[in-house]
Design a protein around this ligand. Sequence first.
Ligand SMILES: [Mg+2]
Length: 133
Amino acid sequence: MANKSIKDLEKKVFTHLKERGWDNLRPADLAKSIAIESGELLELFQWENKSLEDVKNDKEKVEKIGRELADVLTYALDIAVLLKLDTEKIIIDHLAHVEKKYPAKLMKKRVAGEPGTEALYWKIKKEYRKKGL
Ligand SMILES: [Mg+2]
């Protein structure tokens, strides 16, 4: 499916749902399914906290993560498609929101482990929550 747009993927998902008579699923059931599958993804990390490199080197784990992510992403696309949401737009809008909320220049320091920036991240998050954003 190389070089396909997200619009093509939305169409494929809609056809998949329609062919099975799943094009009338309730949004709440899909939202629950996303949470359930997210739990299955999280379970893969239960009682461990490996680094990115360690997880990448565990091919079996990466395969399992891919399967659970497919579950989560597919349910997310199902709900977006059935509600006629523009997936590309909502993701781009979200990224713009995050860029404004957590400027890359500021956050890069946090990732690098600079002292004090963790507190800054939480301070920004708390301020946004107070504003209801
Ligand atoms: Mg699953």
